[in-house]
Write a protein that binds this ligand. Structure first.
Ligand code: AP5
Ligand code: MG
Length: 216
């Protein structure tokens, strides 16, 4: 299956992406994770992206789209993929359509994770990520590690993202409303949209998401 996951910051995209992609044996591709890995490694791409990320702004399309085009040319995506955090505006959605046409394929479904704004603020405030692998995501209250500050999966150190400061989160939410939320209508018009209520426990959200995929 070829899936796009969309939803505001803190909706649980990264958390659910890892679980759903694991169940379907397809790669989860997060543009945010790719940028964070490049920032951590100090690559030219990371240096280019960091300022935008720290300001809560989108990294420019010419950087992001090329990165995704290269990733979708890799052999592990031939049986499907789950994109987390891309596309993030209508221009990226149109480019993704063109990239997939070029590959002779198309999306099967766009899963929207719907969560009220006050809930995402609480989720982001308590989020902790693993330094070794930013797909290992915890929450101090809602999904706590067994030992505070230590990753259950690999023993790595847990940390708080630089862009999870309150004022940056507010900007990211505003950018989501202004730039990203229009892609929900874009995909609805194409008959691809499935909206999942992403409140409740992690397991409840996973069950809803998997049953929305089954209905396709
Ligand atoms: P990105 O990394 O994609 O950040 P985001 O979209 O803001 O989303 P988050 O990662 O903050 O939230 P999430 O939905 O993954 O939630 P999570 O699962 O962690 O992007 C970062 C930046 O990179 C952007 O600002 C931009 O600069 C740049 N960028 C990325 N893609 C780009 C693009 N396409 N174009 C341009 N720029 C781009 O969950 C959050 C917390 O809640 C966790 O602690 C988790 O444990 C907890 N949680 C999860 N589910 C539940 C639940 N059901 N109940 C309670 N808690 C829960
Ligand atoms: Mg994420």
């Amino acid at each position: 299956m070829r899936i796009v996951l969309v939803g505001p910051p803190g909706a649980g995209k990264g958390t659910q992406a890892k679980i759903i992609a694991g169940r379907l044996s397809i790669p989860a591709i997060s543009t945010g994770d790719i940028f964070r890995a490049n920032v951590g490694a100090g690559t030219p791409l990371g240096l280019q992206a960091k300022g935008f990320m720290d300001a809560g702004q989108l990294v420019p399309d010419e950087v992001t789209i090329g990165m995704v085009r290269d990733r979708l040319a890799e052999p592990d995506v031939t049986n499907g993929f789950l994109l987390d955090g891309f596309p993030r505006n209508v221009a990226q959605a149109e480019e993704l359509e063109a990239i997939l046409v070029g590959l002779g394929t198309k999306l099967d479904v766009v899963l929207e994770l719907a969560v009220p704004a006050e809930e995402v603020v609480h989720r982001i405030a308590g989020r902790r990520l693993c330094r070794n692998d930013s797909t290992h995501i915890f929450h101090v209250d809602f999904n706590p590690p067994s030992v505070p500050g230590v990753c259950d999966v690999c023993g790595g150190e847990l940390y708080q993202r630089d862009d999870d400061k309150e004022e940056t989160v507010r900007e990211r939410l505003a950018v989501y409303e202004r730039e990203t939320s229009p892609i929900v209508g874009f995909y609805d018009e194409r008959g691809l949209l499935a909206t999942v209520q992403a409140t409740g426990t992690l397991d409840e959200v996973t069950e809803r998401a998997l049953s929305a995929l089954d209905d396709r």
